[in-house]
Design a protein around this ligand. Structure first.
Ligand SMILES: [Fe+2]
Length: 354
C-alpha cells in the first residue's frame, strides 16, 4: 500500500491522470485499477484522493487544483506525488528527458499489451465461441470477418511500406508483408470445409466494423512506422499466445466442427506458421532501428493502439449482433461487382471490367 505521509512541493507540476485509470473508494482506501493491477492509496480521505485525481486533467498546476478544490497545497501535492510514483498520473510539465530508450518503450508496450489482451478477449464474442453458446451463424460470421481482416493485410501492410520513409525500417515491413500477404487462404480453406465455395467467400462484403479495423491500421500506416508497428505488434502478440490460442481452437472444434477436422486444422496451421516466422518480435526489430523515441511520438503510438483495442471491441460486438440476428448469413456482394483486370480489352487505357 502506498501511503501519503509528507507534504511535497510540486507547484510546477501539471499532473494528468492516465485515461485508462479507474478509481473506487473502498473503506478508507482509494483503490486505482490500471494495467491489470491494483494500487491502493491512503493517508487522507479517500474521497479527497478521488477528487484530486479527477481534477488532474493536464490543464492545471497543483496550486490551481488546490485553489479549485479549496484544499491545502501540500495535501494536493502529496496525493499527486503518490499518483505519479504509482504510474497512475504523469507530469506534463516535466521535460527533463524528452526521449525514450527504444527498449524502455517496447517494455512499456509489452506491459500494456497484457492487460489490453485480457480486456479484448473478455468480450462476449470470445466467451460465446469458447463455450459453444455462439450460434452456427455467429461462428461462420466470425470466420468470414476474420478472412476479410486477414486479407486486409494487402490494404494495410502494403500501405505501411509505401508510406515508410525510414530506409532502416522499410525492409522489415517488406519481409513481414512477403510472409503474410496470402494468409487469408487459411480461412478460405476453413470455410470451404464448412461448405462455402471460395468464390462466394471472396464475394462477401465485410461488416463496416471490419473495414473500421482496416481503416484504423491504414491511418496508423500514414502517420508513421512506429505508429503502425505498435498496433501491428498488438495483433501479433495476441496471435502469439500459442497455448491459449490452440486451446481456444480445440474448444471451437468440439462445438462447431466435431466431425470436420479440416475446418479448424487450417487455423491451427496458421497459428504455427506465424509463430515460426517470429512476427511477435517485429516491434523490437523496428524500435532497434530507432536510436531514441520522442515521448510525444511514443504517447501518440500508444494512444492509437488504445483506440485500436476499442475498435476491435466494436468489431467483436458487430459480429455478435449482425450474425446473431435471425436468418443472418454471409453478406453477398452486389452482382455487378467484378474485379478490375488489366488486359487488351476495348478500354483506351488497356483495362476492362470483366
Ligand atoms: Fe498470418
Amino acid at each position: 500500500m502506498a501511503s501519503i505521509k509528507a507534504a511535497v512541493e510540486l507547484d510546477q507540476c501539471i499532473p494528468a491522470l492516465r485515461w485508462d485509470a479507474r478509481v473506487v473508494v473502498e473503506g478508507d482506501l482509494a483503490t486505482f485499477r490500471i494495467d491489470g493491477e491494483t494500487v491502493e492509496l491512503s493517508g487522507t480521505s479517500p474521497e479527497l484522493i478521488k477528487t484530486i485525481a479527477a481534477a488532474a486533467d493536464g490543464t492545471k498546476s497543483i496550486r490551481a487544483i488546490a485553489d479549485q478544490l479549496g484544499s491545502r497545497d501540500h495535501v494536493v501535492g502529496a496525493v499527486v506525488k503518490a499518483l505519479i510514483e504509482a504510474g497512475i498520473a504523469v507530469d506534463l510539465a516535466s521535460r527533463s528527458d524528452n526521449d525514450l530508450d527504444p527498449r524502455q518503450f517496447t517494455s512499456i508496450c509489452r506491459r500494456l499489451f497484457g492487460s489490453w489482451k485480457y480486456r479484448l478477449f473478455s468480450h462476449p464474442l470470445w466467451e460465446l465461441l469458447r463455450s459453444g453458446e455462439a450460434t452456427k451463424a455467429q461462428f461462420t460470421g466470425w470466420l468470414i470477418e476474420t478472412y476479410h481482416f486477414i486479407e486486409g493485410v494487402n490494404d494495410r501492410l502494403a500501405l505501411s511500406i509505401a508510406e515508410c520513409a525510414d530506409h532502416r525500417i522499410k525492409p522489415l515491413f517488406i519481409r513481414h508483408y512477403f510472409e503474410e500477404y496470402d494468409h487469408s487462404h487459411f480461412f478460405i480453406s476453413a470455410l470451404r470445409a464448412l461448405g462455402y465455395d471460395a468464390a462466394l467467400v471472396e464475394s462477401t462484403r465485410p461488416l463496416p466494423s471490419t473495414m473500421a479495423v482496416l481503416n484504423h491500421m491504414r491511418n496508423c500506416a500514414r502517420r508513421g512506422p512506429l505508429e503502425y508497428a505498435v498496433s501491428s505488434a498488438f495483433l501479433e502478440s495476441a496471435g502469439a499466445e500459442r497455448a491459449s490460442g490452440l486451446t481456444f481452437l480445440e474448444r471451437v472444434r468440439e462445438h462447431y466442427a466435431p466431425d470436420r477436422p479440416r475446418v479448424i486444422q487450417p487455423l491451427i496451421e496458421h497459428v504455427k506458421l506465424d509463430e515460426a516466422y517470429g512476427h511477435n518480435q517485429m516491434l523490437e526489430l523496428v524500435c532497434d532501428k530507432m536510436p531514441r523515441i520522442p515521448r510525444e511520438r511514443a504517447s501518440e503510438a500508444l494512444g492509437l493502439c488504445a483506440l485500436f483495442i476499442e475498435t476491435l471491441e466494436l468489431w467483436s460486438t458487430d459480429i455478435v449482433r449482425y450474425y446473431g440476428a435471425p436468418a443472418a448469413g454471409p453478406r453477398i456482394g452486389a452482382a455487378l461487382q467484378r474485379p478490375l483486370r488489366m488486359g487488351k480489352g476495348n478500354g483506351s487505357n488497356g483495362s476492362v471490367l470483366r
